[in-house]
Ligand binder design. Sequence first.
Ligand code: DMJ
Length: 662
Amino acid sequence: MFEGTPRQNQMSVISGFDEYSNGKDYKKRQSIIRVWKRLSSLQRSVICFVLLLGGISALYLVTSVRQLHGGRWGHAGPSDLRDFLDSDERQKMEREKREYIQQMKQKLAKQQVGDIVKKNKEMIRRQRKGPPSGMKASKVDQGLDGDQPPVEDKGQPVRDERFPNGNEDEDNGKDDSVDGNLNLPPKSAGDDLIVDQMSNEPYDYFNAKREYTEQQKAVQDAFKFAWKEYKKYAWGHDEYHPISKTHSEWFGVGLTIVDSIDTAIIMGLKDEYLDAREWVDKSLTFDKDKDVNLFEITIRALGGLLSAYHLTNDDVFKEKARDLGNRLLPCFKSPSNVPFSDVNLRTGHAHPPRWGPDSSTSEVTTIQLEFRDLSRVTNDDRYEHAVNVVSEHVHNLPKKDGLVPIFINANTGSFRSSATITFGARGDSYYEYLLKQWIQTGKKKEYLKQDYMAAIEGIKTHLLKESEPSKLLYIGELLGGRSFSPKMDHLVCFMPGTMALGYQNGLPKDHMEIATRLTRTCYEMYNKMPTKLSPEIVYFNQAPGSSDDLIVKPLDSHNLLRPETVESLFYMYRFTKDKKYREWGWQIFRAFMKYTKIDGGFSSINNVKSPSNPGFKDKLESFFLAETLKYLFLLFSDDPQLIPLDKYVFNSEAHPLPIYTE
Ligand code: DMJ
């Protein structure tokens, strides 16, 4: 009998030997025990631990194999095992295996759905209550409706801010009349505004069961076609030339893609969206030794990325937006804090435009929605701070009855007082962003509303006139800030939609009346042309006796596929549900299809007055996909949940951004 110390006995068991083993192994055992004794206690512990681990693993392996084979034992592998079973047993085993796999799949799917629901809940929270930066919303943004009280989250009626005293005629004490000489219409169909319904559900843009109107399908097809051609010949490049089927760079950031992602989402075009998302993820970089225009890249690329982020909750868009925002910040390091117009994306060197000393007024005041939103989604207030300073600075500058000259100097911070006043190029979106910033910030920044209201009064005093003989209402310009010109850019046609949006948000009723008349004028700029497409610029006839209201100069007769008129038609239809706006939009869409669609995509044209020879400019502007087709698609939508206007505000490039109520 082997007699060892208790420790030796314990060792024997551990080593697989016991005191009853035969004498041949005795010496071997003794030498192992001697070796063991020489080991330090640490070495012994390690060996014990390793052996224990081995034992546990072996046990686990055996149990797993049993489970895999429905509790059967066998030394054979899975396929060999089948040979031992009769056909009934084999079928049963296969069935059990299938059920097991099915259970696992269901479990996984449940988990994925859970993740999606969690993400969507977070998205709703952000859209309703603001970003996760700790901002809280006490109620959703209030809809404004003459027929139906806006409802709160829990379905409770809330006060209509447009009529604080419950009096529909109240309009903040402002005079409704536009101009004593202008023949404004009495209450029309457009006054019975219809509010967007609120929903608690996140919008599923790619819902395969969603039904579209025939007109929406036609617009979707146009987008898909333009996208396909761009993808074929210009993928990843800023601009596409559809006649020569070539491409060119402006900023070198795949501008057509980033500008159009949210259109693909809103139209429910999953393949196009996935193409774009992959490109953004894998190929988009802003690390370019390239000078870019702060305004253009902000409204198109930053706005596009932020909007895509809000619609999908996909961080890839947020991170790209953050990188771009950081690269644009050096623009604001000017002596006056009014930003320089251009910056090198890699070096951060910012400077005035190459062609002159001043920035455009509309450019330095049309970056606020995007930079503010960037701050709120990234929880980094540097971007919002930079643009707030600009807004407040411009607010404090002297103006002509609320109207501003189109140039401002980044070094001195002053307007060029001799510059033209216009709602067209270089002036337009200053006015647009006064209203939209006010809406974006939950109507809390009173000075923005006041400046916007003052500007509308300024239009009435200085710029609003009627043409002869049809009395089309239009917004002219003050050349050099003083002398009236009956010139109106197509760009001005964003203004009716903006004024309707203002009225929908509680501003005076005469804003809506002016909007209604201006919308007709903008439509007539298309309707009166032989191609049914608007020229870039028109002059309105002021002389009695002439038969034509519109004069188009040869150099102004091109059409760049611009969005402003269909943008306004979208707002007007959303708010009034007056079908004529859809009819006008459909006529314009058909004209685009007839005169600007070619086998390589869509192209700007040279002459809207020549149906037989409109002449192609060989250029597809990215705003055709970003804005024109998006607004047309929304115009033809019967779905009030598709970008509701009490939740989103569109930036100047038609990228929807959330309204922050707190
Ligand atoms: C777009 O880039 C934007 O709408 C901008 O504010 C004005 N011009 C074009 C479209 O016409």
